[in-house]
Design a binder for this molecule. Sequence first.
Ligand code: FES
Length: 581
Amino acid sequence: MATIVEGQIRAGTIDELKDGACRVVTGGGHTIAVVYHDGEVYAVDNRCPHMGFPLDRGSVSDGILTCHWHHARFDLSSGGTFNPFADDVRSFPVSVVDGEVWVDPRPVERDEAEHWAGRLRDGLEHSIRLVIAKSVLGLNTAGADYREPLRIGAEFGTTYTSAGWGAAMTILTSAANISPLLAEEDRPLAMYQGLLHVARECAGRPPRFVVDPLPTGETRPEVFKQWFRGFIDVRDEDAAERCLRTAIELGLSQRDIADMVFAAATDHIYLDAGHVVDFANKAFELLDHIGWDHASQVLTSLVHGMARARRSQELSSWRHPIDLASMAWQARDELPGLVEAGAGRQGEWNGEDALAREMLSDSPAAIIDAIKEAIRSGASADGLGSAVAYAAFLRMAHFHISNEFNDWDTVHNTLTAANALHQALRRAPSVELMRGVFDVAMSIYLDRFLNMPPQRIPETSPGPVDEPMLLSQLAGHMNIRQQVEEVSHLVSGYLTGSGEPDTLLAALGRGMLVEDAGFHSFQIVDAGFNQYRNRQGTESGRHVLIGMSRFLAAHSPTPRSVGQTFQIALRLQRGEEIFRE
Ligand code: FES
C-alpha cells in the first residue's frame, strides 16, 4: 500500500509497474493514476476531466491515454487532450529513486481564472455546452467577476456572426441584467444559458470584420448624426458602420452616440417590429456592464440589422383597414410643437397609469390624442415610456388563453419593444426617440384582439402569506403545463399578502432558468424585473409581475436539458461521481 514520504507518494517499484496494470494512489486530495509506458512512468488525475470516469480503466497506446467512456484521448506526458469536449487532465511530477516510483501529489500550478477563460473560448468556438457550463463555474470559483465570462461572450458573439447583433447577444445581456435579482447560486446558471445561446447562434457563421475609422477632421456630433441617419435610411451598411466607428473612436460622448443610434432607430416606423430599438438598447446595457472600451466592437454590430430592418409603414396591417402609419407620421410631425408646449409644465403630469389604460382603447385616434395631450401637459420622456410599458404588460396580464398559443409571442413582442423604448428614453431622451411612443402605442392597439375577451386580473387579497408554501406551490405549477391562471393567482396573492418581493423575483427567475429558456423568456423576465422595480408595492407593479408570470407559466415546463448539463458540471466540480455501474 502506498504511503506518503516527505510529501511524495510511493507508487510501488518500477518492476511492479512494468507489469502493465495502472496503479491508483491517493494523496494531497487527489486520486492519481500511475502508468508505466514505453520506458517512462506518468501520473495523471484519475478522474477524467470530461465526466469523471476512472482513467485507470482506460487504455494506453503510442503515448496516448484513452478514456473508455466517451473516448477522450490525452497526451500521457502532459495530460493535454486531443478532444475539445474534454479538458486537459492534471498531471503530476514523477521521480524514480532506487527503482521505486514516487509521485508528487501537487499538480503543476496553473492560473485557474486564465485556464477557465481559455476553456470558455473553446466551448464557444465548438459550441460545447458542458465545457461552457464548467468554464462559467470554474471562473466563478476562481473568484472572477461576472463581467469576465460576459466580456468573453460579448467579444465572441459580436465577432463570430456576420449578421451582427441578434437574439443571442440580447439573451446574454438580459442574463447579466437580471443576475443581481437572482439567488446567488442561480447567477452562474443565467450566465451559462446566455453564453450557450451565443455559441449556438454563432455556430457555422462567418466572422464579422469591423471597419476602420475615417481619417477625417470632422468632429461635430450633429454632422455624424446626420450622416449616420442618412446612411441607415438608404440601407448603406458599410458607410453607416464606418461613420459610427469613427464617431466612437473620435471620443464623442456616450450620450451623443446613443442619440445618433436611437434617432436612426426611430426614423422609420416601428423598425423590425421594435427589435431595432430593443437590440440597440441592449447593446448600450451591455456596455454598462463591460465598459465603454468595447463600444466600437459592440455598437457596430447593430448596423447590419438597422440597415436591413423592415419598416412597418410598408406593412398592410399598418395601412389597412386603418392607416395607422399615416396617423403615426402625422403625430411625429407635431411632436416638436407638443414638446415645446409641455416644456413649461414638466413635473406637473402624473397620469402614467391613466395614459396606459387609454392605450388599451380600440380607437387609434383616441390613443394618439391621449399621448399628445400628455406631452402637452408636461409628460416626460421617461413617463411616456413608463406608460407605454405598463400598457404592454396589461395586454399580457389580460391575454386570454383561448387565443392561439403562438399569439403569446405577439403580445410579448410589443411588450419587449415597449420596455426597450422606455429604457432608451431614460438613457437618452430626445424628441426623435419619443416618436417611438406612437409606434409602440399603435402596436398595442394592433394586439387588442388578443384581449377579447380580456382575462380577468386576480383581485387583491390582503393578509399575511405563507411565503415558503406559496413559492413551493409556484414551483409545482411550473412543473405542469398551462397552469397560467393558477400561477397568476399565486403571484397576485403573494404580492397583496405582503410577501417579500425580492424572494418572489428570485423564485420567478429560477423558474425561468430551470427551463430551456429562450429569447422570449429572458426578454420578459428582464423587462418584468425592470418595470417592477419602478413600481414595487403598487397595483401596476402587481400587474407587471402577473403578466410576466403568466407568460412563463404558459411556456413551462420544457425538456430542461440545458439545466441538466449545468447540474452535471456542478456535480463534477464538487467531485461527485457521475459514472455509475
Ligand atoms: S471521455 Fe472520459 S468521462 Fe467522458
